[in-house]
Design a protein around this ligand. Structure first.
Ligand SMILES: Nc1ncnc2c1ncn2[C@@H]1O[C@H](COP(=O)(O)OP(=O)(O)OP(=O)(O)O)[C@@H](O)[C@H]1O
Length: 234
């Protein structure tokens, strides 16, 4: 589904990614781990087309998308739930959800529609007429996830999936991601809750100063908590 090879990126003269490799198979859940400023968001920006790579290759859904524009990559079926949600404060929940609805993966069965999103997040249905700006942080995150799902993406990316959310809402987001996983959705998630990520995901990549410091599966990460302390600070 996604193959990144030797990815390099910079902001002006300041290089931030140094030869990253990453692979996500269809139906897998992968994570990016690392302390603040290690390059997770920059990698995601490259995948989404917001930051042009200086070197390396990105292949997604059968295409070489290196250097493609963000809207072209989105149309190919990559959906981002961005850090800070970025929902429209002056549109209702329903309008936010329908603003970008599409069928990018060409799914015939199990297609996401409004009803299915409301079934996943009943809170959104209860508040469907509320403005985006009136929602709590957790509700905004549900809205951002629902909006991304309504594009029926091949790959769903969540940057800081549960950051700043109350514990109960965090649990609801984890429950939702587990449900999506069981339905075969391919997901790349950035978060700091390593235990939750081990339970949820198949593979993990730890970033350290723009380089991959460690890659492995959940049993390997679970078996070595010293990695978490060293690279994630938990
Ligand atoms: N727009 C920008 N211009 C210049 N430098 C930037 C920009 N955005 C990020 N950086 C720098 O790039 C490096 C990687 O940052 P990035 O945001 O990718 O890290 P991160 O692991 O996602 O951390 P965080 O969780 O804090 O977002 C950092 O040194 C950061 O200061």
């Amino acid at each position: 589904m996604l193959e990144v090879e030797g990815l390099e990126a910079a902001y002006g003269d300041s290089q931030v990614l140094f030869g990253l490799d990453l692979r996500i198979e269809r139906g897998e859940v992968a994570t990016l781990l690392g302390r603040n400023g290690m390059g997770k968001s920059s990698l995601i920006k490259c995948l989404c087309g917001w930051l042009k790579p200086r070197g390396g290759r990105i292949r997604f859904a059968g295409e070489d998308i290196t250097g493609w524009s963000a809207d072209r990559i989105a149309r190919l079926g990559l959906a981002l739930v961005p850090e800070g949600r970025q929902i429209f404060p002056n549109l209702s929940v329903r309008e936010n959800l329908l603003a970008f609805a599409a069928n990018r993966s060409g799914a015939i069965s199990m297609r996401w529609d409004l009803e299915r999103v409301y079934a996943l997040f009943p809170r959104l249905q209860q508040r469907h007429q509320h403005m985006g700006g009136q929602l709590s942080g957790g509700e905004q995150q549900m809205l951002a996830i629902g909006r991304a799902l309504l594009t029926n993406p091949h790959l769903l990316i969540l940057d800081e999936a549960t950051e700043g959310l109350a514990p109960l809402i965090r649990e609801e987001i984890w429950r939702c991601l587990a449900q999506l996983r069981s339905q075969g959705q391919t997901i790349l998630v950035v978060d700091k809750y390593v235990r939750r990520l081990i339970a949820l995901a198949d593979r993990h990549s730890i970033l350290e100063r723009g380089r991959i410091a460690w890659q492995g599966d959940s049993p390997a990460l679970d078996a070595d908590p010293s990695l978490w302390q060293r690279y994630v600070g938990v």
